[in-house]
Design a protein around this ligand. Structure first.
Ligand code: HEC
Length: 120
C-alpha cells in the first residue's frame, strides 16, 4: 500500500536533523571566553579570519607545548627558527601577534577549551 498521508515537513526535518541545543559553557570554558575576550578578540574571531586566523579548533591543529610557546611569545618562537612558527608567520602575511608572557599554561588551556567549543 502506498502511504497517502501528507508529509509533515517540519516533523520530517526534526527527525533527520534535530536542532542543536544551545551550547552551555562549562565554568572553565567561561573563564577561557573571558580571557579570550580580554586578550585575543582584538585580533581573533572564532570562525572568521580577522587580523589573525580564526581560532576555532586550533587546539587540535598543534601540539599543546607549541601553543604555549607561541601564545606566550610568538616572535621569540619565530626568531628561534621553529619551522612551524615560521610557516604560520609566513602563511598569515607576517603580521605580528602580541606576546602574552603573563598568561600561565593553565590560562592558555582555558582559552583553548573555549576555542574548542563546538559551533552552535
Ligand atoms: C595584535 C593582534 C593579535 C592578538 C592580540 C593575538 N593574536 Fe594570535 N595571531 C595574530 C596573527 C597576525 C597571527 C598569524 C601569525 C602571524 O602573522 O604571526 C596569529 C596567530 C595565532 C595562532 C596560530 C593560528 C593558526 O591557525 O595557525 C594562534 C594559536 C593564536 N594566534 C592564538 C592567540 C591567542 C590565544 C591570543 C590571545 C591570548 C592571540 N592569539 C592574540 C594576531 C594576534
Amino acid at each position: 500500500m502506498i502511504n497517502t498521508q501528507p508529509i509533515n515537513l517540519a516533523q520530517a526535518q526534526a527527525t533527520i536533523e534535530p536542532p542543536a541545543p544551545p551550547v552551555e559553557l562549562t565554568e572553565v570554558q567561561k573563564e577561557g571566553k573571558s580571557l579570550f575576550n580580554t586578550n585575543c578578540a582584538s585580533c581573533h574571531k572564532l570562525y572568521k579570519k580577522a587580523v589573525g586566523p580564526a581560532l576555532a579548533g586550533v587546539a587540535d591543529k598543534y601540539e599543546r607545548e607549541w601553543l604555549y610557546k607561541w601564545i606566550k611569545n610568538s616572535a621569540a618562537l619565530i626568531a628561534s627558527g621553529n619551522a612551524q612558527a615560521v610557516a604560520v608567520y609566513n602563511e598569515y602575511g607576517q603580521a605580528n601577534m602580541n606576546a602574552f608572557p603573563q598568561l600561565s599554561n593553565e590560562d592558555i588551556d582555558k582559552i583553548l577549551e573555549y576555542t574548542s567549543v563546538p559551533k552552535s
